[in-house]
Design a protein around this ligand. Structure first.
Ligand code: MCN
Length: 795
């Protein structure tokens, strides 16, 4: 993959060269991250450290009749062996913090199974030993008698009368409904009706760094190091789960090598490592292998979507229905039920319509629980509407871009409250689409497509479009609360001007690949008028940064970054008072520019560095002025942020082999004000790669007994650079109105946009063969079969 960028001068809107915000700075954290000079959780070595290995269920569903750990205890190097029963009463249940409905069934979820196992990979026992190999070897000496029960693998069958039960209370976890407008009227006598079923296959979020945990205690206080996205949320949840008092528990997320949602979790291993260190009194470490991670780090997506669109003959959409089954897996983890509900507000996409109806049933199966995976609910919604809109265009014989134009919210109509109840604050779908079409060479590609169709070329060209928006920047707390979300959506920042004039930023966000140290430095440098190099950013340790809501939902910039800016402004207000005092002027007459406070109309001034030292020395401060220049801010915005964009994909599909090659890919995204274009571009690239992964490559596959067959990277295909085309990216910038930066989130945008763009392209290539859909991932075999099933020859 080679990335082609549009020259800054050729962009729509160029950054101001005198400002840090908008500069394509290389990430300051990369030097340590990519040269191995940092400390990942697995690098941590503590004196007397012991190693933990987990015995995991080989059965998808079984009663545990007996666990005998006696032989394992005598193995070399083994310090302790425990089964779930040994921890009964102490281990509690893993938390679910998003009970989406009043009647939701939240089953007990002990970190180690006690009575019954419900998925292959569920922890049954653990060994603590002097090294990790001895711990792993001793697992083989543990005897477990399982009484097999019938696995439940298919959602529809799980809901059928007489299905074996995953839990005593049944297999339905919840049903959640939402309706806007008169849906019956919209569908009654609709001239055009599109009804489709889409499968969102189960995915494995594949972070580069597998999960790892270290837990230690001094006999009173505890420290947990974890490769987590959520040190703050984790600390609260662990205190509630284990009974370890919150003030005696420190959680540290050292540098974290990616998460993509999979480390937005309170895991069995984290809870158990804390309990083990409490019991044994020594530090313990657990690091998963890649296969263990594929099996037991939570999975993503896995939904069955029944979609209906009602429209007029001129293409105007009247209404939409979305009816989902969402596979929860065996238990509800931290935000499992909330994932499909996050999508509930997005099935209408960027389109105006009179009515909308959404129903989602969460279903238990005997598989690894699902939970957040990049985009969480929004890729599914965007896929459904963008695929359905393409189908509608085909049905009407209309160009798919033209159909979108007829239905989308025009830029004059913002702010616009959608039928799903969200108020999109700003956007310009026309500008992003026009730019993307021009960069893509849309008309030329359509002409080539027509030519290949005429010639019955075995290699057909397909063109796919996706005009997406999404709700991100997870906050406002009030709104999240109304969705039964267990926590608020605020974010915290502290800014300290140190005596020598350097700036320390403490953030509650917890980056794991997103470059916050760089972006927050740019924000602070601009606001404080100090060099970029003079700012450092502290994060990821509940002792160093005690307040925060962490990183997920593309929330960090629009909440955490904004909090940094606001804290800088507060520090400057204090500094202004000190400057006025020192310059013997009134604070109202003090101006700030380029790091210096001056008395209006004079050259008398004090630099921010001079003021920092003066505040520290404290010899001559105004009455009541505390001898420090620092401030804290907790920011909770009034609205989500709504990035949008247009992605276009051209594929060549070999109709004889079914092989798809992506020929070109253009992404024009609008994420409002951009703090760092290089980071934004990296986020878009990574996002597109994962979106393409879902479209063409990735799927977690189980056999009929519920064994996961895709436990290695040879079985679970993630795209490599060689599978990806040259991405052409550009931006439009329509500032958000919900935050002072004008920024919108970007962390999930690429993933949300890319999957439907690619699948639309694949289906478009196969239209002459009568193919209307290809189930994801669109593998060569599936494409080949789809052609065969629809007659096999171009019409
Ligand atoms: N940014 C910017 N200007 C904008 C928007 C964002 O400069 N208008 C920058 C931000 O300053 C930040 C980065 O882009 O440095 C991402 O910002 P944001 O959109 O706020 O997303 P978060 O930082 O909250 O990151 C979360 C998001 C999610 S939800 C997933 S999943 C994901 C993603 O980030 N997982 C990732 N990107 C990832 N990147 C890496 N390398 N690894 C992961 O696990």
């Amino acid at each position: 993959m080679v990335a082609r960028r549009i020259a800054e001068s050729d962009r729509l809107g160029s950054p101001d060269p005198s400002r840090e915000i908008g500069r394509a700075r290389r990430r300051k954290e990369d030097a340590r991250l990519i040269t191995g000079r940092t400390l990942w959780t697995d690098d941590i070595q503590l004196p007397g450290m012991l190693y933990v290995a987990f015995l995991r269920s080989p059965m998808a569903h079984a009663r545990i009749a007996r666990v005998d750990t006696s032989a394992a205890r005598t193995q070399p190097g083994v310090v302790a062996v425990y089964s779930g029963r040994d921890f009964a009463g102490e281990q509690g249940n893993l938390p679910c913090a998003w009970p989406v409905s009043e009647d939701i069934v939240i089953p007990d979820h002990p970190p180690m199974a006690v009575e019954e196992v419900r998925y292959v990979g569920e922890a049954v026992a653990c060994v603590v030993a002097t090294d990790r190999y001895k711990a792993a070897d001793a697992l083989e000496a543990i005897e477990v008698d399982y009484e097999p029960l019938e696995p439940v693998l298919d959602m529809t069958e799980a809901l059928a009368e007489g299905s074996p039960k995953v839990h005593e209370a049944g297999n339905r976890a919840f049903t959640w409904k939402f309706s806007g407008g008169d849906v019956e009227a919209a569908f009654r006598d609709a001239p055009v009706l599109i009804e489709r079923t889409y499968v969102q296959q189960r995915l494995i979020p594949t972070a580069m760094e597998p999960r790892a945990v270290v837990a230690t205690t001094d006999g009173t206080a505890f420290t947990l190091y974890s490769s987590t996205q959520i040190p703050h949320v984790l600390r609260v949840m662990l205190a509630l789960t284990t009974g370890i008092p919150e003030h005696l528990l420190r959680v540290v997320a050292p540098d974290v090598g990616g998460g993509f949602g999979s480390k937005l979790q309170v895991t069995a291993e984290e809870v158990l490592c804390l309990l083990l260190t409490r019991r044994i009194g020594k530090p313990v470490k657990w690091t998963e292998s890649r296969s263990e991670g594929n099996l037991t780090a939570h999975h993503g997506r896995d939904q069955l979507q029944r979609i209906a669109l009602a429209a007029e003959r001129d293409g105007r959409i009247r209404g939409m229905r979305a009816d989902l089954l969402a596979d929860m897996g065996a238990y509800l983890m931290l935000v499992t039920p909330g994932i499909p509900i996050l999508g509930a507000f997005m099935y209408n996409g960027i389109y105006k319509m009179d009515a909308y109806d959404f129903t989602c049933t969460g279903v238990f199966t005997t598989k690894m629980p699902t939970d957040a995976y990049r985009g969480a609910g929004r890729p599914e919604a965007t896929f459904a509407i963008e695929r359905a809109v393409d189908e509608l265009a085909h049905e009407l014989g209309m160009d798919p871009v033209e159909l979108r134009r007829r239905n989308w919210i025009t830029h004059q109509e913002f702010p616009y409250t959608t039928i799903a109840g969200l108020t999109y604050d700003s956007g310009n779908y026309e500008a992003a689409t026009d730019r993307a079409l021009a960069l893509f060479g849309y008309d030329k590609l359509r002409a080539e497509q027509a030519d290949r169709r005429d010639r019955r070329d075995p290699v057909q060209l397909g063109i796919g479009v996706s005009t997406y928006t999404e709700m991100c920047g997870l906050a406002p707390s009030r709104v999240l609360g109304s969705l039964s979300y267990g926590a608020g959506g605020w974010e915290h920042a502290a800014v300290r001007l140190l005596p020598t004039g350097k700036v320390e930023v403490v953030t509650g966000t917890s980056p794991h690949g997103q470059g916050h140290e760089t972006a927050w430095s740019q924000i602070a440098a601009d606001a404080m008028g100090v060099p970029f190099e003079d700012v450092s950013v502290l994060h990821g340790d509940t002792t160093v940064a005690p307040r925060g809501m962490d990183t997920y939902g593309s929330r960090s910039l629009v909440i955490g970054g904004v909090a940094v800016l606001q804290a800088c402004e507060k520090v400057k207000e204090k500094a202004r008072k000190l400057a006025a005092h020192m310059l013997e002027a009134s604070p109202e007459d003090i101006e700030f520019s380029g790091g210096t406070f001056t008395v209006r109309g004079t050259s008398a001034g004090k630099t921010i560095q001079e003021l920092a030292l003066a505040a520290f020395a404290a010899h001559d401060l105004p009455e009541g002025f505390e001898p420090r220049l620092d401030a804290e801010v907790t920011f909770d915005p009034q609205n989500f942020s709504f990035p949008h964009g247009t992605h276009l994909c051209a594929v060549e599909v070999d109709t004889e082999t079914g092989l798809t090659k992506i020929r070109s890919y253009v992404a024009v995204d609008d994420v409002g004000t951009v703090v760092n274009p290089l980071i934004v571009e990296g986020q878009v690239h990574g996002g597109i790669a994962q979106g393409i992964g879902q479209a063409l490559f990735e799927e977690a596959v189980h056999d009929a007994e519920g064994n996961l067959l895709t436990t290695t990277m040879t079985d679970y295909l993630i795209p490599s650079a060689a599978d990806l085309p040259e991405f052409v990216t550009d931006r439009t910038e329509t500032p958000a109105t919900s935050n002072v930066l004008g920024a919108k989130g970007v962390g999930e945008a690429g993933t949300i946009a890319a999957t439907p763009a690619v699948v639309n392209a694949v289906v478009d290539a196969l239209r002459p063969y009568g193919v209307r859909d290809v189930r994801m991932p669109c593998s060569p075999e599936r494409i080949w079969r789809a052609i065969g099933e629809s007659g096999g020859a171009a019409a």
